[in-house]
Design a protein around this ligand. Structure first.
Ligand code: DX5
Ligand code: ZN
Length: 223
């Protein structure tokens, strides 16, 4: 079945001293993926709400905020309030995933649920009707430039099947190690939105890299 693949470059691999210019370099992307890390949920610290608000003001591309933070109940709606298009929280960090989704949507954004490579999808199937996106992590969250973990594609296939049979209505997103060598298998498994950090910002021409990834994903699902 053919779907329009969406490419979401991850700002984590961009030059943090030039964030405004870096958003312009990926102007033809579908979403701009912004990794928020708090040094507690993951062993790394990136940026938070004031910086996301500043990026939102200049980005030509809708923001896809990936919150790798504890206590998402408290912080997630703020990202929606400053205008993020999609706000994703980690299932492992939520005490009440349904309530978080409700609050994110009420604040005006799509709501996303992320699961780490070792987190089973099954235990969250009952909350997914409240979500607009499912982010399947294909590396351990925390750092860019890691190797893709193919085992997670089983979860992508399950989610794809549930969407295609009308049991769920959401976009399936994958994050971690997506590049020219891995995007085809992810596309075949049923991914809609492909996050790519180093493969886009590490390229000489990010716009070209986006176009090439999109074409590869489209080719893998056509026919
Ligand atoms: C990792 C982040 C990813 C990261 C992906 O915790 O969630 O978004 O930027 O980077 P690459 O594409 O280089 O694996
Ligand atoms: Zn991410």
């Amino acid at each position: 079945m053919s779907r329009e693949p969406m490419i979401a470059p991850s700002l984590l691999s961009a030059d943090f001293a030039r964030l405004a210019e870096e958003t312009q370099r990926v102007a033809d992307a579908d979403w701009l993926h912004v990794d928020v890390m708090d040094a507690h949920f993951v062993p790394n610290l990136t940026l938070g709400l004031p910086v996301v608000e500043a990026i939102q003001a200049v980005s030509p591309v809708p923001l896809d905020c990936h919150l790798m933070i504890e206590d998402p109940e408290r912080w997630a709606p703020g990202y929606a309030q400053v205008g993020a298009h999609n706000v994703t929280v980690h299932a492992e960090a939520c005490t009440d995933p349904r309530a978080v989704a409700r609050d994110i949507r009420a604040a005006g954004a799509l709501a996303g649920l992320a699961i780490k490579p070792g987190t089973p999808l099954d235990q969250y199937l009952d909350v997914l009707p409240d979500y607009d996106t499912l982010l399947v992590m294909s590396v351990e969250p925390g750092f860019g430039g890691q190797s893709f973990i193919p085992d997670v594609l089983a979860k992508v296939r399950t989610a794809r099947e549930l969407v295609d049979t009308g049991h769920l209505k959401l976009l399936v997103e994958i994050d971690g190690g997506i590049n020219a060598d891995t995007i085809e298998q992810a596309a075949e498994a049923g991914v809609d939105v492909f996050v790519a950090g180093s493969a886009v910002y590490g390229a000489d021409d990010p716009a070209k890299a986006i176009a090439a990834l999109r074409a590869q994903a489209a080719a893998a699902t056509s026919g």
